[in-house]
Design a protein around this ligand. Structure first.
Ligand code: AGP
Length: 610
């Protein structure tokens, strides 16, 4: 979703802002712009489409400035075009604002400002900020005070950065709902939506929290509440290198991230797996373990791929820990006044740790007194910081919009949590040891699956022109069917549905013909015989079948058109393996269709609006 970058220092900010915007491209956007103050005059350049188009425009001019802000916009109010791109300005173009989030009362504010004679150039809600702040500047307040007063009138969410040519030494930033991080350099400081634009310059950062407001100068900064109380903020050191956010020779981030899975999964387990004891050690849960283990119920809430991981978690925890588990879409959970008590634990899964719906659900759960725990990838993200406690999945930066390595690492962490709780609830060590031993073998099994890449690419050629796909699985692999379908639709724009295989005969079977490829996820687990019957049902109706099956499984070859044979593991861990060929299939189909795999249309990596 929208990206913010800002610089104040001694260098020319223009290349820094453009490079920063490129680093933020992965978040998803449809237009971009920069605003700088050059010799007390303000200059704004905007462009629809890619940052490279903005860069071409900027390169035609000779721009140089020590202070500026840049933005990638993901349209909410108003179509993606140059007018609606940020920065937005006040009438005399002395003030620039960039904004992430949504101003809910923008129409009321806009009407009021128009009645005062303010003219609007765009259809966005964000432009309200420029004129509203201007209205306070016109009354004689300084920039800092004017922004504060404007924020008091706004309902909604914002990550906001403002510069003003009459006070050209500072960036004002404020946060409510949309993430912002201040980067602290030497004689230069930065503001950004996440750490990726900062990594080339500094590792020292301050995460702004909701309701906070910052004045950022080249040699200093000040953080306050919007109510004007000064706050001391902790400085964090980012444990991430530039290499981790580069493609490292791969054609796409998505392929790189798929290929990284042996290592990312290893990192998720590192130092946490107690193989001989059949248990796990998760430092983030130590203080809350008694409460978690004695929960009457566990709820897991998330969105998208993380929600699919949650479904697998439900199977894991109910089978081994024997605690009732419910899985909830975060967006539904928060609005239905959920029944929660202090005896419930609720896990929030989020790769980015910034998903607005998941964050709102977390806050709702905390208000209701439940033990609210986070399972996040991005260190220092809002969900990670606001959870009572939690576990990082340590998958490393995930840049491709389609989540891949985060999913498999989420599953590993859910397996570790299952082990921890199950052992404490009396499950025999021997039983749990089967899981710990199988987990140790998972990375090398993933390596074997990744060697199937070329074969899967050939399969993609065969199916790239299909208009629809059905993904079917049972038990632990029903969520994998959902995930396989999501991967395909989000990057290849092919309509795909995931179903529990047995549900097919209650409706989707009507769709089956020779134009409907059906992907069965069919490892030899407790549902294998049942799924063979479902395969027969599709075969009898002429459907073309691809099966993800065990390498030793000969029986299935007779029944299906194509097989992807993967190493065997124990049932609880099969989703970690079966999901990977489906990631590769979606990836190759999208590439063969010539689509933008890492930045698919309309999608954002981190969905920070409701
Ligand atoms: C995954 O491929 C999607 N792009 C999307 O569904 C994502 O999983 C969802 O938006 C949740 O994101 P989160 O894990 O960062 O909260």
């Amino acid at each position: 979703m929208c990206g913010i970058v800002g610089y104040v220092g001694n260098k020319n900010c223009v290349p820094i802002l453009l490079q920063g915007l490129k680093r933020l491209e992965y978040r998803g956007y449809d237009s971009a712009g920069i605003g700088i103050i050059q010799e007390h005059k303000s200059v704004v350049i905007k462009s629809k489409g890619k940052v490279s188009l903005l860069e071409e425009k900027v390169n035609e001019l000779s721009l140089s400035s020590n202070i500026g802000i840049g933005h990638t916009r993901w349209a909410t109010h108003g179509i993606p075009n140059e007018q609606n791109a940020h920065p937005h300005t006040n009438t005399d173009k002395t003030l620039f604002i960039i904004h992430n989030g949504i101003i809910e009362n923008f129409q009321v504010l806009k009407n009021g400002l128009m009645a005062l004679g303010y003219k609007f150039d765009s259809d966005t809600d964000s432009e309200v900020f420029a004129h509203l702040i201007d209205s306070f500047l016109a009354k004689g307040y300084n920039l800092s005070k004017s922004v504060q007063m404007a924020l008091n009138e706004v309902d909604g969410t914002y990550g906001l950065a403002v510069i003003y040519s009459k006070e050209p030494d500072k960036i004002i930033a404020a946060r409510k709902g949309s993430p912002l991080v201040i980067g602290l350099g030497n004689g230069e400081n930065f503001i950004a939506s996440d750490v990726s634009p900062l990594l080339a310059y500094t590792k020292n950062v301050i995460y702004l929290d909701d309701g906070e407001f910052a004045e950022i100068y080249k040699d200093s900064y000040l953080v306050k509440t919007i109510a004007d109380e000064q706050i001391e903020k902790e400085i964090h050191e980012i444990d991430m290198s530039l290499d981790e956010i580069d493609k490292s020779g791969y054609a796409h981030f998505m392929l790189k991230e798929i290929m990284e899975q042996p290592e990312s999964v290893r990192n998720s387990m590192r130092g946490r797996l107690l193989v001989e004891e059949g248990s796990a050690k998760l430092g983030g849960l130590t203080d809350v373990l008694d409460r978690l283990v004695s929960s009457k119920r566990i709820v897991i809430s998330a969105c998208g791929t993380s929600w699919h991981a949650a479904l697998v978690g439900e199977y894991m925890l109910e089978q081994y820990a024997r605690i009732p588990v419910e899985v909830e879409y975060a967006s539904e959970f928060r609005y239905r006044n959920p029944l929660l008590s202090g005896e419930d634990s609720i896990l929030f899964i989020s790769q980015s740790g910034e998903t607005a719906d998941t964050l709102a659900a977390l806050r709702e759960a905390k208000n209701k007194g439940a033990l609210a725990l986070g399972i996040c990838n991005v260190v220092g993200s809002t969900i990670a910081r606001e959870s009572i406690s939690g576990v990082y999945i340590h998958a490393g930066p995930e840049i491709g919009v389609a989540s891949t390595k985060a999913f498999t690492s989420q599953l590993v962490v859910l397996a570790l949590i299952t082990l921890l709780i199950s052992r404490r609830r009396g499950l025999k060590a021997a039983e749990c040891k089967k899981i710990t031993e199988a987990l140790v073998e998972i990375p090398s099994k993933i390596e074997k699956i990744l060697k199937l890449n070329e074969g899967i690419e050939r399969l993609a050629e065969e199916f790239k022109d299909s208009r629809n796909f059905l993904y079917l699985g049972r038990g632990y692999n029903f969520p994998v069917a959902l995930e396989g379908a999501l991967k395909l639709k989000e990057i290849s724009y092919i309509h795909a549905e995931g179903y529990p295989a047995a549900e097919m005969k209650h409706g989707p079977i009507a769709l089956i013909d020779e134009d409907m490829p059906v992907v069965f996820i069919a490892p030899k687990d407790s549902t294998y015989e049942k799924i063979l019957s479902n395969i027969q049902e599709v075969r009898a109706r002429g459907g073309r079948i691809i099966a993800v099956a065990d390498s030793e499984d000969k029986e299935i070859d007779e029944l299906v058109d194509f097989t992807i044979k993967i190493p065997r593991t124990i049932e609880i861990l099969t989703p970690i393996l079966t999901s990977i060929p489906l990631q590769l299939l979606a990836y190759h189909i999208a590439v063969k269709k010539g689509l933008d795999v890492d930045q698919p249309r309309n999608l954002a990596k981190s969905v920070t609006v409701e």
